[in-house]
Design a binder for this molecule. Sequence first.
Ligand code: ADP
Ligand code: ASP
Ligand code: MG
Length: 850
Amino acid sequence: MPARSSTRSAGRSSTGRSTAVEVFKFGGASLADAAAVRHAIDLILAPRPTRVVNVVSALAGVTDALLAIATAAREGDVKAVDVAVDRLHARHVAVGNEVLPNIRARTALQRELDEAFDELRMLAHGVASLRELTPRTRDFLVARGEQLSARIVVAGLVSRKAKAQYVEAAEIIQTDGVFGNAFPDLAATDRLVRARLRPLVRRKVIPVIPGFVGGGEGGALVTLGRGGSDLTATVLGRSLKAERITLWKDVPGLMTTDPRLVPTARIVPQLNVREAAELAYYGAKVLHPRALIPLTRVRVPVFVRPFADPEAPGTEISVRHTLQRYPVKALSIVRSQALITVTGNGMLGVPGIAARTFAALQQAGISVTLISQASSEHSICLCVPSERGRDAKIALERAFALELSRRELEGMDAQTGMATLAVVGLGMAGSPGIASRMFTSLSRAGVNIVAIAQGSSELNISVVIAERDAEAAARAVHDEFQLDKIGGGGVRRDDRLDVVLLGVGQIGRELLRMLPRSRRRVRPTVVGLIDRSGFVFEPDGLSPRQLASAVALKSAGKPLASLAHARKASASEAVQWIATHALARPVLVDVTADDTLPAIRKALAADMDIVLANKKPLSAPRAEVAALRALAKQHGARILHETTVGAGLPVMDSYAKLVETGDKVLRVEGCTSGTLGFLLTEIGKGRPFSDALRDAMARGYTEPDPRDDLSGMDVARKALILARLIGFDGDLTDVTVESLVPEAYRHMPVAKFKATLADQDKLWASRQAAAVKQGRALRYVLRATPRKVVVGLQAVPLSHPLAGLRGTDNQIVFTTKRYKEHPLVITGPGAGPAVTAAGVLNDILQLTPA
Ligand code: ADP
Ligand code: ASP
Ligand code: MG
C-alpha cells in the first residue's frame, strides 16, 4: 500500500526524504497580537528540509475571555455577554486586518469572523435564557478561540502565497469524549491522521490545526483541558511520527521552576521525557499534565523554545539522561489546593482503600494532585483543587458511607489554602538523602510540611504546605539543589571564575601556562577552549591533563576538534552551548584575530564578561560596537581590552585613570607595532630591509603573511580603538592609512612576496638615507584626535621620544589638558605572546573579587 510506505519513510530522519515532518505549536501567551501572528507565519515559512504541521492556541487571553462569557451567560447577564463578545470580535478583526495586506483577503476573513461571533452571541443568549450551561455547550463555546486564531494564521499564510489549509481538529483527533478534559484515542487518531492529514502534507500543503480541541461522541466538539494545545501537538507528532515537536512559548525553555515564582529559575537544557512528564503531571504550568503520554511508546523529541528568540535552543525533552550531576532537575508548585484527610482505625490493613478513594474521585471528575498514605498511621491524605474540595469530601463520604456508619473511619477533613511542591529528577532514586535535604531546607526557611508523598516512580517527592509559604518554599528548595546553576551563564559566586578561552594560539597557550600560577583567592578555572574547528568544555573545569593535551595538539598545528571529547562547532555555536550550563562569573577571553562579534554577542547575552586581546571586535563599524556596548550594559557585563593596544602596557588603564580624575585627553600618538618597530630600528642600524624582515619573521614577530603588518592595518585598528576612546566617531574606513607594501606587491601569493623581498631593499635604503640626512629616525606612527586619525611612516626628530624606541618596544603618548607641555608617555614591550598573555591575565584578575 503506497500510503503506508510513505508514512513510514516520514519517520526516518536519516533518509532526508522530503516527507519528513515536524510539528510546531504556537502557544497562546506568544500569540498576543498581529505582530506575533506575523512572526509565527515567518517561522512557519522559514526554509527547512522538513514539512511543518502547525497547531495554534487561541490568541492570548481569549480562552479566559470565552470562559467568562460562558459564566456570564449562565448567570443570565446578557449585557456582560454582549460587551465581552463585541470586544473579542473587534480584537480578532483588528488582528486579522493588521496581518492581511489586501482588502479582499481582509473582507473574506472578516466574513468568517462575523459569522463565528454571531453564532457565539446566539449561543450565549440561549444559555442566558435557560440559565443552564452544559459541559457540552461550554466546550463548544470555548473551542472557538483556537478555531479563530487558526483561521487568521491560515489567511496570513495564504496572503503570503503559501499553500496553507485549515484542518478541523475534531476530524483528526478522536477522543474519549470527556467534556472539558478529553483525552485522545491514540489508535483512532493515528488512523484519522493517516487518512486525512498525511495526504495534505504529501501534497506540500501547510496544515494549520486548532489546538485544545478534539472530537467526542457523535461528532461533538470537546476540549482537552487547559493548556490542551500542547497535547494536540504531541498527539499529532506521534501519529505523524514526526522528527520533532516544537512548542513555541513565552519562556526561554522549560525552566527549573516557574520563573515568576523564583527569579533565579534557569533553563534546563535537556530533560528526560519521564522527568518532564512528571513535572507536567505535578502541575508545572509550562506543559499540559498529560501532554507527554502520547509519546510513551512513539519517541519523538519535544523542544520547548522561546517564540521571541527562535535561534535559542530552549529545552530538549527526549529519552536521553543528561545533567546527571543534578539528582533534582526541577520543581513545581501548585497553589489553591485542598488537603483531604481520611482517618480511622478501619484503614489499618484494609486493602483497596486508596484505590476506592481514587475511583470515587475519578467518578466525580476530580483530579487528584497528590496522594499520601502513611503505612504506619491510619490515614490517607490527598490534594485536590480548592474549588473541588467540598465535592471531593462529599464523594468520599458517599463512597465510604458504610465504614463511616460503623465508625471504622473517623471522618473526612478538608483543609483549603494549601499548595503542593514537587521536586523531580531521574537521579533521585540513586541518591540517598534527597528527601532529607529537601525537608531540612524547608524547615530552615520556616516552612511547615503538612504532608509528604513519594511518587511510586521514585522520580519525585511532593510535599503539602500552606499556600502562603509557597514562594519561600520554592526558593529554599531551588537553592538547596543549586538549580540556579543548571543552565544559563551568569551565576555570581564569590569563589569561582570560569574562563572560556577563544583561541588557543601562542597567546592562548601562554595564558594557559600562566593561569594556574595566579595568586588570588579566586583562581580562574578554564572550563572551555574554542578554536575554529570546535570546542572542548567541562562545566567543572578542564583537568590539567585535558588542558595539557589540548596545548600539545595545538602546538602541533592540529585542530581542537580532533581531541577525544571535542565537538565541532563555530565559535558562536560553542559559546551558545556553553552558556546553557552552570558557570560562575563566566568570562569569554578572545585571543584570536578573527571576526568574533557573533560569539561575543552570544556571550554577553548569557551574562558573560569579556576580555579581548583581539582588536577586531572593537574596531568593527561603530554601530556594531555601540550595540555591543549597549548589550554589555543591559547584562551588567564588562568588556576589558587592555591588550588590544600595547600588549601588556597599561594603556587603557592609564587612560581610565586620567578620565576618572577629571582630565581630558586631547590627542594620542604612538608607535604600537612591535613588528614595525623592530623592522625600522634594524633598518636604522643599516640592515637591508629584506634581511631585517626575515629576521622578524624568524623571531615570530610577524603575522604568517608579513604584509598584514606592513599594510598598517593592525596599527590602524589600534589607532581607531584609541581614537574612539577620546570621542572619534568614525570607522576604520575613516582612518588614513599608509601601507608599506608597494602596490605591485599587494596581491601576489605570500611565497612569491617572501621570495622577492630583496627587490625592495633599494627603496628602503634611500628612505633611510634621507631620514639620516635630516637628523631624523623612521617610525611608523599613529596620531589620533577626536576628529582625525592618521597612521603612517614618519621621520621623527632624534630629540622626539619616539626616536628613542628600540626593538619591539611600544610607546603611547597622551596629550591631555593637564599633561599639555609634557605629555604622559608610556613605553615598554608591546608585543609577544608572554607580555600579551600577562596583560590578558591581568584583565581576567580584574574581574575576580580581590
Ligand atoms: P503556552 O503559551 O504554550 O500555552 P503556557 O503559558 O502554558 O504556554 O506555559 C508557559 C508558562 O508556564 C510561563 O509563562 C511560565 O510562567 C509558566 N511556567 C511554570 N513552570 C514553568 C517552568 N518550569 N518552566 C517554564 N515555564 C514555567
Ligand atoms: N487556549 C487554551 C488554554 O488557554 C489551550 C492552550 O492554550 O493550550 O488553556
Ligand atoms: Mg499552555
